[in-house]
Design a binder for this molecule. Sequence first.
Ligand code: GDG
Length: 463
Amino acid sequence: MTRLVVISNRVSIPESGKPQAGGLAVAITGALNEYGGLWFGWGGKVSQSSTSRPTTVQHDNITYATLPLSKEDYDDYYLGFSNEVVWPVFHFNLGAMDFRLNYAKAYQRVNERFASSLSTLLEGGELIWVHDYHLLPLGKALRGQGVSDPIGFFLHIPFPSYDLLRALPGYRELLDDLLHYNLLGFQTDNDLHAFRQAVIETFDAVVFGDTIECNGKQVRTGVYPVGIDVDELAGEAERSCANEQARQLKQDLGERDLIIGADRLDYSKGLVQRFNAFEALLTHFKHRRQRTMFMQIASPSRSAIPEYDELRRQLEEMAGHINGTYADLDWVPVHYLNKTYPREALIGLFRSARVGLVTPLRDGMNLVCKEFVAAQDPDDPGVLVLSELAGAAHELSGALLVNPYDVHAIASAIEQALNMPLDERRERYQQMIGMLRRNSLFEWRRRFMEHLSQQQADAQSSA
Ligand code: GDG
């Protein structure tokens, strides 16, 4: 079988002892477990100086090869260009963009270093799969190292509309970088459409079927919605009912309804609007007081970036304000937990909740909402309230879809969810679980790998 080489900004080596928060890690481990091969990227360490010599470890059939980042690269490539330029623009948040020339230079430099380091580990005849927005230029840099195997790229986050993209200095180069891949994958039709539009407007690209022809190159494109392992999740959720923590929670909740949110602490996840929506529920639907508890898990993320730290403070204040206004001797309405919890605990909470509240302002896909659905008891399922601006909204029509900026619409949807009759809850659950099974994590990687292999076969037959 052809070896698979995966490259992502962060390599998640098993047994590092910490729970993984981040859809990417969960998804990639699955692909590599099946094919075997190499996972290359940053190992998570910040060192004094930068090096191109990777450290490798082997676990089962996967080799993990990692590089450290120097403090400067961490600040400028990772926090800077990736997370203060590309991330906000691609999430339609121009106000949070902080473009600096040294960020752009570091982004290019680290991508070049990744390429030269990785090329020493390649054997030839492999399938190469690059992940996400930190590595847009990697394909072109690998070509510069003489790599001729097919290289695919998958974008986990949204692709912005052309007009937004134009606000990013150097966007033409980034678009051109993407044209050096053989296969480009997006989460939704919207993202693919936005990319096509951008290359048409910028380079007069020509689109025929799945292929884009541009600047003398041909790139195949496709839509591959990331999914979850439904059976694994459902099994874990069922087992969670038996554990001590779940029993304790059930006892603490008593007759109260639990509303659950769980996200990385990120401004794209719509947490401020979500807290306001919960307050609006307590204000406008007074009968929900005493009877409802909102638990928000906000897993710490990128806290060195000012916007993230500011958001953490703002949410602490909002939770304090809501609790200060509404709490009683025997009831605290908001439980705001700024921690990363073990996966089993999280899934147990999903299972216990009546409402899953997932309201990002923009999200490439969003796996939390899919995990929430898969964790439900099929006989007595909870209800998903989902942002129509999450990629997952294209698949989960059984959710109550809301505009994440419309605080009152979210409050009304929560009320509707809490009043929903069992028959309707089951019907909606069936629609969603069926879709999750069809578009599973396995299907995602199978289709991407199949299309990438076709690129290899096409190259061999035309050689
Ligand atoms: C990017 C895109 C796309 C959350 N809190 C804890 C915890 N989590 C886990 C969830 C879920 C994952 O983290 C988050 O995945 P999302 O998909 O919701 O969001 P991003 O991290 O922004 O992921 C996104 C994804 O890539 C995949 O393509 O869907 O749109 O932005 O699995 O369960 N896990 C644990 N403790 C927590 O406290 N263990």
